[in-house]
Design a protein around this ligand. Structure first.
Ligand SMILES: [Zn+2]
Length: 318
């Protein structure tokens, strides 16, 4: 089956819009007509060549929303085997045979996607763009907040608060009743302030904030040492991402030792968390923040994302 797609032919180079062979659907597959596709931070890492196991040509995209036989659907971003010990324990985000769309199998930067039937779920309405903007970030926030044991009045510090994950994460934290301290760039500060108790734009933010209970670390290498300085004794740093993909160095390991910090990785989300996110967006509890690009303007979207010109998520429409 050939579909119009944005194809990554070479890492770090513009996408090529072309007809691409995405294979044929099997007996347990459906064809999803893509209506909206979110651009994830994970995609940017792949684009840069950060996933050493992947080789071009690639059709990226695991935030797929569209139609099957005219009905609005979403696609769970990863295929899991359902039989490994992690899947059986309801932790399919840790599946031993996990495969994301856009990584080895063609993803949503295309007019159509072949997906296993049981990866497709119904949407409560057809506002595809809002789901493409918010579901992956919000499900990520739900998962990470659980790992950090965030509840009412928990003091949470969030780095990268103005990005796609951040802007939806801080909304979710407010919904949980947490006290939210957002770290962001000066250009995004005003908007981020709507969903924050404090906003800090200083690079050395640990001078202004101390004793937080939990850090949701979205940026990684560039901020993690300041985050650890701001984290209280027995505090938890949940590492969600490392946007630049560079090595992380602990500047003051003794601090983490003496304060008994816990550093916990957070791997994506479960299907249940995706459905929770859909419900929160559908009910309007979380307001998606995004900028829309026509699928053919994917290279412009990447340029804007790399240069911090997008508040929230960039979404491709078809
Ligand atoms: Zn994503």
């Amino acid at each position: 089956m050939r579909v119009l797609a944005a194809v990554l032919r070479e890492f770090n180079k513009p996408f090529n819009i072309e007809e691409f062979d995405v294979g044929e659907p099997g007996p347990n597959d459906v064809i999803v007509r893509v209506k909206a596709e979110g651009i994830c931070g994970r995609d940017l890492v792949i684009w840069r060549g950060g996933f050493k196991n992947l080789k071009p040509p690639l059709v990226l995209g695991h935030e797929i929303f569209g139609e099957v036989d005219g009905r609005p659907v979403g696609v769970f971003g990863a295929i899991t085997d359902g039989t490994c010990p992690y899947c059986k324990a309801g932790k399919e985000n840790l599946c031993l045979n996990l495969q994301f769309f856009g990584e080895g199998r063609p993803g949503g930067y295309a007019e159509a996607v072949i997906a296993p039937k049981n990866n497709v779920f119904e949407l409560p309405d057809s506002d595809y763009v809002k789901y493409a903007a918010a579901i992956c970030p919000l499900a990520t926030a739900i998962h990470a907040s659980r790992l950090g044991n965030v509840g009412p009045r928990t003091r949470v510090l969030v780095t990268g608060a103005g990005g796609g994950v951040g802007i939806h994460t801080i909304q979710y934290l407010k919904y949980l009743g947490a006290y939210v301290i957002s770290i962001t760039s000066p250009t995004k500060a005003d908007f981020v302030a709507r969903y924050s108790d404090e906003v800090i734009t200083d690079r050395e933010f640990s001078r202004k904030v101390k004793d937080v209970d939990v850090v949701l670390e979205i940026v990684g290498a560039a901020t993690i040492n300041e985050s650890l300085r701001a984290l209280r004794r027995e505090g938890v740093l949940v590492l969600i991402g490392n946007t630049e993909g560079e090595e992380i160095k602990l500047a003051r390991p003794a601090l983490t030792v003496m304060r008994e910090h816990r550093i916990v990785g957070s791997a994506a989300y479960t299907r249940r968390e995706v459905l929770e996110a859909v419900d929160l967006v559908h009910k309007g509890v979380i307001k998606p923040v995004y900028r829309v690009y026509s699928f053919r303007d994917v290279n412009q979207a990447y340029d804007d994302l790399m240069n911090q010109r997008v508040l929230g998520r960039a979404v491709l429409t078809f």
